[in-house]
Design a binder for this molecule. Structure first.
Ligand code: HEC
Ligand code: HEC
Length: 272
């Protein structure tokens, strides 16, 4: 089903929401004997979640992401890192390969944990059902979600190796990571991870905004600070940005060594 996104004045919106909820409640009651696998009831459940998601979105997300999800809400102009345009179907933070869509747990993680260093808040106060509904709503904002070639399953996110936990054992691995970093990453991120590499100057993202390579020698990172978070970003990359994924070109061990090197900076940044 195709949903039309027309901003309605809020009283009409609420009335429409109440009417749809009432209609759904009545029809659910009338059809209570139908088998649960039934297509019609699946569709009805989807519409219910969509309408709920739309309501939660209007309350918590429009100021930044905009009424029609184009990332152009009233607060967007003031923000240095622009809110995501959900119409583009491009998502940075994923467990899936570079260039593909995220899975639902990826969207849930972003909504629950926020994006450090940007205006994207942490929504811990929302109920699980509200987050599920938001996801259904977001997935109806772009046709990309209907394109089977963009769908993907998460790529393997292995447990951190034991050596990563001990600073002494980590050190030689971090040295290998340092060498690989100079080869593959410092052109953009700079040799000391300050985001000041030559190739990183004047970059533009897929939405037409300037983007700078991340400051890796900082204690906090956009999509989380844990070794697992760093592994995920390096292996899957960030869609819509020049930060590609290295899962296909680097071995698991090599990615962990890069993580070890970034952790050396983090340790230095947090030690007084
Ligand atoms: C105060 C502004 C603000 C509000 C309110 C806000 N966001 Fe965001 N959101 C952002 C910004 C800024 C980004 C982009 C961060 C980036 O590109 O690094 C973002 C990015 C996202 C992303 C994209 C993650 C990706 O993988 O690319 C999702 C999903 C998202 N927001 C969902 C929501 C939802 C759902 C709500 C409401 C419950 C919401 N946001 C409310 C500012 C906001
Ligand atoms: C062509 C330039 C370029 C190269 C090469 C590059 N990156 Fe990036 N990287 C970026 C940009 C730009 C961002 C910021 C994206 C954003 O803010 O949304 C980024 C972000 C990151 C992040 C996310 C930080 C955060 O805040 O969550 C990590 C981790 C990272 N890069 C690691 C690496 C590693 C490791 C390599 C080498 C294997 C590498 N990058 C190579 C451009 C590059």
């Amino acid at each position: 089903m195709d949903y039309v996104h027309q901003p309605l004045p809020s009283p009409i919106r609420s009335i429409r929401w109440i009417c749809v909820s009432a209609a759904l409640a009545v029809s659910t009651f009338l059809c209570a004997d139908e088998p649960p696998e039934n297509d019609v009831s699946d569709k009805r459940e989807e519409i219910h979640l969509y309408m709920k998601g739309r309501y939660v979105y209007q309350r918590h997300c429009v100021e930044c992401h905009g009424t029609t999800g184009r990332g152009n809400g009233p607060w967007a102009a003031e923000l240095e890192v622009k809110p995501r345009n959900f119409r583009s179907g491009l998502f940075k933070f994923r467990t899936t390969a570079y260039g593909t869509l995220p899975v639902e747990t990826d969207l849930r993680r972003t909504i629950r944990s926020g994006i450090s260093g940007t205006a994207m808040p942490i929504f811990s106060q929302l109920h699980d059902e509200e987050v599920d509904a938001l996801i259904v709503y977001l997935k109806n904002l772009s046709r990309a979600w209907k394109d089977p070639t963009l769908a993907a399953s998460p790529i393997s996110q292995p447990d951190p190796p034991e050596w990563l936990a001990s600073p002494e054992e980590r050190s030689p691995h971090a040295e290998s990571g340092k060498a690989r970093f100079s080869l593959l990453c410092s052109s953009c991120h700079g040799t000391s991870g300050k985001g000041d590499g030559e190739a990183g100057k004047g970059l533009i993202d897929a939405w037409g905004f300037p983007i700078a390579p991340a400051m890796l020698a900082a204690p906090h990172h956009k999509s989380g600070d844990s070794p697992r978070d760093l592994y995920r970003t390096i292996s899957t990359g960030l869609n819509g940005t020049p930060m590609i994924g290295y899962a296909a070109t680097l071995k698991e061990e090599e990615i962990w060594e890069l993580v070890a090197w970034i952790l050396e900076w983090q340790t230095a940044a947090t030690t007084p």
